[in-house]
Design a binder for this molecule. Structure first.
Ligand code: SAM
Length: 334
């Protein structure tokens, strides 16, 4: 399969920004624009809604609500929304389904509004704005981005999406002191650091061209370098005194950046000292069929993490894991 063929099997996902709009308003709006709701079908793999949309609308006018992620609509891959007023006004955000997983997993246990959040690697801001919406635009979400140009993009996306609970900061997360009083109430951290991007479908073909000039962009040496940076980020997050949940994600398909990084993080002194383990499957998209690769992971942790296979799962390639702090006396069973 070429990248284009794979891309043709990924619906156009539209996340309704619930800070500015509701899903029912969005559905009515798209119906008024000539789109028709396709009946979602269920099957055990959970991808039938996507396939239904692709099959059922040769005229490219069908759409449906996603079966795993609330407030996510899926359209034909050819549907274009960049010229839409709803896109320019921030009511919709064009975000792949897999990229909606991390904030969904992170924010699931939020009941208390005095809890603070960190998005450690935020630009361009898809997951920051998603998290902000899931928190009801309340509480506090610190969003770090170290690159100045990308930070500018982050700020404009936050403004466009109407987020009032986000404090964007042009800073390197690794330089943030975990004992700074400002972060004393941070309980949740989203970590979506730089990765090889090997799961991005359209990039796969593009990179094949580049391979010829630069050598293999996914060569082990580069992956190892990324992996040690990713591990450093997780270990830093584990040091924040009140943190109880950390979601680590990548858009890579390589175990080196995924299962291996998670395994090393679990075996690290930071995890042991602070009591971190993997959240059980029941807290990490339990109905999503594709889990981690067991042979690439310590103990039986593979069930607790989520993978998306590019094209096959009607998404880009992706990986999501969630660390939780274990309270004293709690069982270690997954
Ligand atoms: N979560 C973002 C989204 O959904 O829109 C995408 C994040 S992107 C994969 C990783 C980002 O982290 C890049 O913008 C990169 O510049 C930034 N970054 C990398 N290392 C960082 C660090 N140590 N501190 C803060 N930002 C960092």
């Amino acid at each position: 399969q070429t990248g284009d063929e794979r891309a043709g099997r990924i619906p156009r996902y539209v996340r309704v920004n619930t800070i500015l709009w509701t899903s029912s308003e969005a559905v009515e709006y798209f119906k008024s624009k000539g789109f028709q709701v396709s009946d979602p079908l269920q099957n055990q793999y959970g991808t039938s809604t996507s396939h239904m949309v692709l099959r059922s609308n040769p005229d490219r006018k069908g759409f449906s609500e996603d079966e795993h992620i609330p407030n996510l609509l899926l359209f034909n891959p050819q549907a274009r929304f960049h010229e839409e007023e709803t896109y320019h006004s921030g009511k919709i955000i064009l975000q792949d389904k897999a990229s909606c997983f991390p904030a969904t997993v992170l924010a699931q246990d939020v009941h208390k509004l005095h809890e603070d959040f960190i998005d450690a690697t935020a630009a361009p801001g898809n997951k920051t704005t998603h998290l902000s919406a899931l928190l009801g635009n309340k509480g506090k979400l610190f969003a770090f981005e170290r690159d100045a140009n990308r930070f500018a993009t982050l700020k404009s996306m936050i403004a466009k999406a109407g987020c009032r609970n986000v404090e964007p900061m042009n800073a390197d997360f690794l330089t943030i002191l975990c004992d700074d009083q400002k972060y004393a109430d941070v309980t949740h951290i989203l970590l979506d650091p730089s990765c090889s991007g090997s799961g991005i479908v359209n990039r796969l073909d593009h990179l094949t061209e580049q391979d010829k000039e630069d050598g293999d962009p996914f060569k082990q040496e580069r992956l190892e370098k990324l992996a040690s940076f990713q591990l450093m980020m997780i270990k830093h997050a584990m040091k924040f005194p009140s943190v109880k949940r950390i979601v680590y994600s990548t858009c890579s398909i390589h175990p080196t950046e995924n299962e291996h990084v998670v395994s090393k993080a679990l075996e690290s002194g930071e995890a042991k000292l602070n009591g971190f383990r993997l959240a059980p499957r029941s807290q990490v998209l339990p109905n999503w069929h594709r889990r981690g690769i067991p042979e690439e992971m310590v103990s039986d942790g593979a069930e607790c993490v989520v993978r998306c296979s590019p094209g096959e799962d009607a998404t880009n390639g992706f990986f999501v894991s969630c660390f939780v702090r274990q309270s004293r006396g709690e069982s270690t069973e997954l």
